[in-house]
Structures are given as C-alpha cells and as structure tokens.
Design a protein around this ligand. Structure first.
Ligand SMILES: [Fe+2]
Ligand SMILES: [Fe+2]
Length: 418
C-alpha cells in the first residue's frame, strides 16, 4: 500500500517537473501539480530519498525500472552540480516543492535547512547557495509589464511596440535555447485583467519551444515566436466588457469578438515599418483550422499557413488550461485529450501537435491512454515517428505499434495525477 502511494508520488513529481519546465512556479497548473504531489507525499508519511546512481534511479531501496524522463532530467541537473541524492520531507508544502524544483531546474542548488535537501548519498547539509539576482531580474513577472505595454503600443500602431516585442522574443528565445526553465516563481497570475498578457507570453513561449523541437532555423524561430506574441493583438480592439464577460457571448458580442483576427492583421499591416508577412498572416489565421473550418471563413482559400497552424496549437492549449470567467481550467492531460480529438477530426495539425507532445514530455512510458475505439491502453514506448503514434499495450496484454495501425488513433490521455 505504502509502495503504491510512493509510486503515485513519483508520478506526481514527474508531472510537476514537466509543467515547471514550461511554466513559472506561480502558474495555476504548477500550483495544482505541486499541491497534488505534496498531498500524496503527506499521505506517504515519511521523507522520500531519490538518488542517481550511475545510469540508475534509486528510490528508497528500489531501482526504478522506467524512471520518468522528467525525473531523470532533474536528477541529472543536480548531479551536474555534485548532488546525487535528493530528500523530500513529507511535511513539505506544494509551494515550497515547486519553488525548490524551479530553482534546481535553473541549475541552482537551493540551500539546506528546508524540507528538501540535495547532497551526496549521505545527504549531509550543504552550504546555502544564494539565489541568482540576474535570474530573478529576468523573471516572468518582469516581462509581463513589457508585454502589456508592447501590445498597447502595437494596437496604437506605434513603431516602438515592434522593437519592444522583438526584445521580448529575444529574451524568451535565449532562455528556451539553453533548455533552462523559463521564468522565476510568481503568484497571482490568475487575474483576469492580465489574461491577455500572460496568454500572449505563454503562447509565445510554447511556440518557441515547438519551433526548437522541430529544428527550425533561428531566424524563422524568431519570426514565428514574434507572430505568436502578437497573434491576439486584435483583442485590444475588443471592449473589456466582452473580453471578461461572465458566461457565453450573445450573437452580437460573438461577432465583435470574431473580428479580432482581421483587426489584428490590419493593425500589424498599418505599422509604419513593414513587418514580416507572417505576423499579419498568423494574426489573421490563428482561429482557422487545418481542415479549413474556423474563422474568418475562407471557403475557397487554401488552408492556413503552417506558422498559423503551429501557433494555433499553443493558443488552444493555453486557452484550455487557463482560468477564464466562463470556464474552469483543464489539466495538461485533459487539454491534450481535447487536442488529440481535434487532431483526429482534422482541426489541429498532427505534425505540430506531435512537436508539442515532445515539448511537454507527454505520451511517455506508463501514460494511460484511450484509443479511438474506446479501448484503454498504456504507452510502453514513446513514438518519435510520429509522436502521436506510440507503442501501446492493451489491457489484455497485446502490444500495438500505432505507427502501423492506420485505423487506430489516440482519443485521450488520462491525468497522471489521477
Ligand atoms: Fe485569438
Ligand atoms: Fe489566443
């Protein structure tokens, strides 16, 4: 029984590390994952020791057969700083766990004295390492006012907005390039007033990550990331009362809201300096789907530009995972399940959803999935070619290579923390 709880904690921990590699520690997804992990560990009732021994991961007195990729990445980062072992006390709070892991993923070794320690195998207390001022200054929160100003300058068709947007993209691109966690811990990012800005930033970060997974050339990564940052610029023209309305929009309000892609493209085309054509293209097309549905509708026009389809993946995910006046946030897995279904229906491009899957470390061994015919299965091997078609095992023990089963598709992924 205790071992089941411990295994659950390791899954919770891996999920938490995965979301921390994308979002800041104050993000609601992180907060939820951290609280879940802390609650599971509290149920375990005693400290957990995790160690990297050569290539193996040892938890308590047991070598893990298939340690989660995210956990291995964390341990490797600690090991690179001479800390091969990690001890987490059962009384740790979710916020403390998230903050500590965030610092560790940045390459820092947070100090001793708390409920989490990293050290040699004996776990002696280590001298405290001061937090990096520079890292703090480069934090998510410090970018947010810049995004707010940038979007309002762009909406006013002021050229400074474009230079500022380029700077933000450069900061993000630099951090994603190093594989570091992107931003420092913050709280209270849930305020609805800030949604537009946090959404722009999140979509930009996720887009940059997907571009890197796809191995795109640097200049193109910058351009597509800039297009992602500006994709909803047309919403600056939508009245706040409609943007923040509690409950569904009526027909008139929907019509105003649905003008934001065209408004955004027009704003970007009116800027004094000519922008890269991908910026207005992505702004105009990000609500159009791979199968030609969505809006603004262009029945006779060829499908959206690949950059629009790529940004749309990040856009849909962030929208599904965010607290909005009219919706509860979905978990990563639940949002991903919605996206899998949309990919099957042809509304999301599977190539870019595949890049997203790899970026977030989804569909890895042990993940429980649902096939299109309703059968449950477990992923036994990630699917690099393509990522949405991993090797799975059915409940009756049959192994299926989805890459060779064109009639089958993934219809959903269960919450890892379930
Ligand atoms: Fe939009
Ligand atoms: Fe958006």
């Amino acid at each position: 029984m205790k071992r089941d709880v411990l295994d659950q904690f390791l899954r919770d921990l891996a999920s938490l590390i995965t979301v921390l590699r994308i979002y800041p520690a104050g993000n609601e997804q992180v907060v939820r994952a951290a609280d879940k992990a802390a609650a599971t560990l509290a149920g375990f009732g005693r400290p957990v020791r995790i160690a990297r021994v050569g290539q193996a991961v040892v938890v308590e007195d047991r070598t893990l057969e298939e340690p989660a990729t995210a956990l291995v990445a964390l341990l490797d980062r600690l090991a690179a700083r001479g800390r091969e072992a990690l001890q987490i006390d059962a009384a740790v709070r979710g916020s403390e766990l998230a903050g500590w892991l965030a610092a560790a993923l940045r390459g820092e070794v947070p100090g001793a004295g708390g409920l989490i320690r990293a050290g040699s195998f004996e776990l002696e207390d280590e001298a405290e390492t001061p937090a990096s001022e520079a890292e703090t200054a480069a934090g998510y929160l410090s970018l947010l006012p810049g995004v707010r100003e940038t979007l309002s300058e762009l909406a006013d068709e002021r050229q400074e907005g474009l230079s500022r947007a380029r700077e933000i993209v450069r900061v993000i691109a630099g951090q994603v390039a190093t594989g570091e966690k992107l931003f420092d811990p913050i709280r209270d990012l849930k305020a609805h007033d800030d949604y537009t800005f946090t959404h722009a930033l999140n979509v930009c970060v996720l887009t940059t990550g997907m571009c890197r997974v796809l191995g795109m050339a640097e200049a193109l990564v910058d351009t597509v990331s800039l297009a992602a940052l500006c994709h909803d610029i047309g919403k600056e023209k939508v009245p706040t009362a409609i943007l923040n309305k509690q409950g569904p929009l009526d027909a008139g309000e929907t019509e105003i809201m649905n003008r934001h892609p065209a408004e955004g493209a027009a704003v970007l085309l009116r800027l004094p300096e000519k922008v890269h054509p991908l910026l207005p293209i992505v702004a105009f097309q990000h609500h159009r789907h791979a199968d030609g549905s969505g809006y603004p509708s262009r029945p006779t026009h060829p499908g959206p530009h690949p950059a629009s389809l790529l940004v749309a993946v990040a856009d849909v995910f962030d929208a599904l995972c965010t607290v909005r006046p009219y919706q509860d946030p979905r978990s990563t897995e639940s949002a991903f399940s919605v996206m899998l279904r949309r990919a099957h229906e042809g509304r999301i491009d599977p190539l870019y959803l595949g890049a997203f899957t790899r970026l977030l470390g989804l569909l890895t061994p042990g993940d429980r999935v649902r096939l299109g015919d309703g059968r449950a299965a477990w992923v036994v091997e990630a699917g690099p070619h393509p990522p949405l078609r991993p090797v799975v095992r059915l409940e009756n023990g049959t192994t299926l290579l989805l890459a060779r089963e064109p009639e089958l598709w993934l219809d959903g992924m269960e919450d890892r923390a379930a």
